[in-house]
Design a protein around this ligand. Structure first.
Ligand code: G4F
Length: 331
């Protein structure tokens, strides 16, 4: 039975990846922070299943910035594959907590690389990089050759981590992969990311629980896909014969306004009655036209996204409506 270790297992991607790996016959080990208010809701259905938890799924306490405990977990889990997904991932917040973002997103990845190369059996390593490394690119769409020009602390930290993964692969021969992930969303997305914020608001307004929705720049455009598709890409990238970097993206741009219109239409509401702009949600700098070219992932891994943008936003809004109406949904 292959063994995988996931950092960031309680997040959106971690929970979908856990489901996929369990389905593929893996023993899955997850790293969780030793915090009292740990949110494990995305994993609850697996965590509370006695035929899964403690049998094929194990959670370990460790902090990314505590080398002693991380090393201990790596040694005891002895994984064949490591999926490094953890880190501070909110771009807006990274302007406020730049130093800890660099520590948790940049330095923690370097530390992971150092630790895995000391292991007796060196695992394959996946690093969840980000389209934010491109920032203000000269070319469109972006691919694995596009130069890094980050415009925020998060993008700069990811650029550092991405370079380190390439350096350790090229210098020490690690099987280390950067998945350059464009925006990927789902009903399990954190509430402070824009798609979830909008879908949730549309559902809450429909249910009479919210009156208005305040947003930042609604002209901002992103390449949005479904997280379920993107974790499949992560897994495929570690099954390939060689370690490569891949762009995971849909290749299509949509605006925040497009999200608003689909979400409110799904709830049969006129968005213009409820949506307003608020300076508090504007960012000091916005990346320009981040749209990915996933041809390499398609050619080498046979990876293509299966869920369209419209299907994604409709699914997210419908699930929010079930949640707001008190139905239990795992998403
Ligand atoms: O949903 P967002 O916060 O995601 P963002 O900044 O693109 O970052 C996400 O995707 C990256 C991949 O490219 C990841 F690396 C990163 O970790 C994260 O997962 O914002 C999307 C867009 C931005 O242009 C933002 O300015 O929506 C705009 N926006 C407009 N109003 C808003 C809001 N974003 C948020 N969070 N909240 C607003 O009210």
């Amino acid at each position: 039975m292959p063994r995988a270790l996931i950092t960031g297992i309680t997040g959106q991607d971690g929970s979908y990846l856990t489901e996929l790996l369990l389905k593929n016959g893996y023993e899955v080990h997850g790293v969780v922070r030793r915090t009292s208010s740990l949110d494990r809701s995305r994993l609850h259905h697996l965590y509370s299943d006695e035929s899964v938890y403690g049998k094929n799924l194990f959670l370990h306490y460790a902090d990314l910035d505590d080398t002693t405990t991380m090393r201990r977990v790596l040694v005891s889990a002895a994984p064949d594959e490591v999926y490094h997904l953890a880190g501070q991932s909110h771009v807006g917040l990274s302007f406020e907590i730049a130093e800890s973002t660099c520590k948790m997103t940049g330095m923690a990845t370097l530390r992971m690389l150092e630790m895995i190369q000391d292991l007796e059996k060196v695992p394959r390593f996946f690093h969840a990089s980000s389209s934010e490394i491109f920032g203000k690119p000269d070319t469109l769409p972006q691919n694995e050759q596009t130069p890094f020009r980050p415009v925020n602390p998060y993008g700069a930290a990811k650029a550092f981590a991405t370079n380190m993964v390439s350096i350790y692969r090229n210098t020490f021969g690690l099987f280390a992969v950067n998945g350059i992930m464009f925006n990927h969303e789902s009903p399990r997305r954190g509430e402070n990311f824009v798609t979830r914020k909008i879908c949730r608001a549309a559902a809450a307004i429909k249910a009479g629980r919210q009156k208005e929705l305040l947003l930042g720049d609604t002209t901002a455009k992103r390449d949005w896909g479904h997280a379920r598709d993107y974790v499949r890409g992560m897994w495929l990238s570690l099954q390939h014969a060689t370690a490569e970097d891949y762009v995971f993206a849909t290749g299509k741009l949509n605006s925040v306004q497009d999200v608003v219109e689909i979400a409110f239409a799904t709830m049969e509401l006129d968005w213009s009655k409820y949506v307003a702009q608020d300076q508090r949600f504007m960012r000091p700098a916005e990346p320009q036209k981040l749209v990915g070219d996933p041809k390499k992932a398609s050619r080498l891994l046979n990876w293509t996204p299966e869920t369209s943008f419209r299907e994604l936003i409709e699914e997210m809004t419908q699930i929010e409506f079930k949640r707001v109406s008190g139905q239990v949904v795992s998403g």
